[in-house]
Design a protein around this ligand. Structure first.
Ligand code: ZN
Length: 153
């Protein structure tokens, strides 16, 4: 099994987050467990490294100006995002309208060449016998459509 099962508590131990009894138990465990002892040393090394790092100082006036600009910048970001979203929605709407306009048979400007099934549907004979089932009717339409295509060739 890789590592010790108490490894997850080492960070809390190092940060002083464990209560009296838990802390004493963890301290006793760390003295016996090389994995946890190594993790304690690693975390303490990181803490020393961070403690030695210098924090850049900002002049109070610059800090006030920075805070003054953050809130409006956030609002501008939301407004800009809403504008971009609206532009995308409008573009999609325009593309869909154009597509619908140019789809053959949609009644648009160009209409395009009619498909065979469309001609068959338009030239449909409604004087079918009443006792014909829908399947027979469909088969009749298909035969009519095929005979029109063969006739035109
Ligand atoms: Zn351990």
């Amino acid at each position: 099994m890789p590592g010790c099962e108490h490894m997850g508590e080492v960070g809390a131990y190092c940060d002083g987050e464990l209560s009296g009894r838990k802390r004493a138990r963890m301290a006793a465990h760390i003295e016996q467990c090389p994995d946890c002892a190594r993790e304690v040393e690693r975390l303490r090394g990181l803490s020393r490294l961070l403690a030695g790092a210098s924090v850049p100082q900002m002049r109070p006036l610059f800090l006030a100006q920075l805070h003054g600009r953050v809130a409006p910048a956030r609002e501008v970001g939301v407004v800009r995002f809403a504008q971009q979203l609206t532009a995308v929605a409008a573009a999609v709407l325009v593309v869909c309208c154009i597509w619908l306009w140019y789809v053959p048979g949609s009644g648009g400007a160009n209409g395009g060449p009619t498909e065979g099934w469309e001609s068959a549907a338009l030239a449909l004979q409604v004087e079918m016998p009443v006792d014909v089932s829908p399947d027979e009717q469909l088969a009749e339409w298909i035969v009519q459509d095929l005979s029109q295509e063969n006739g035109s060739d």
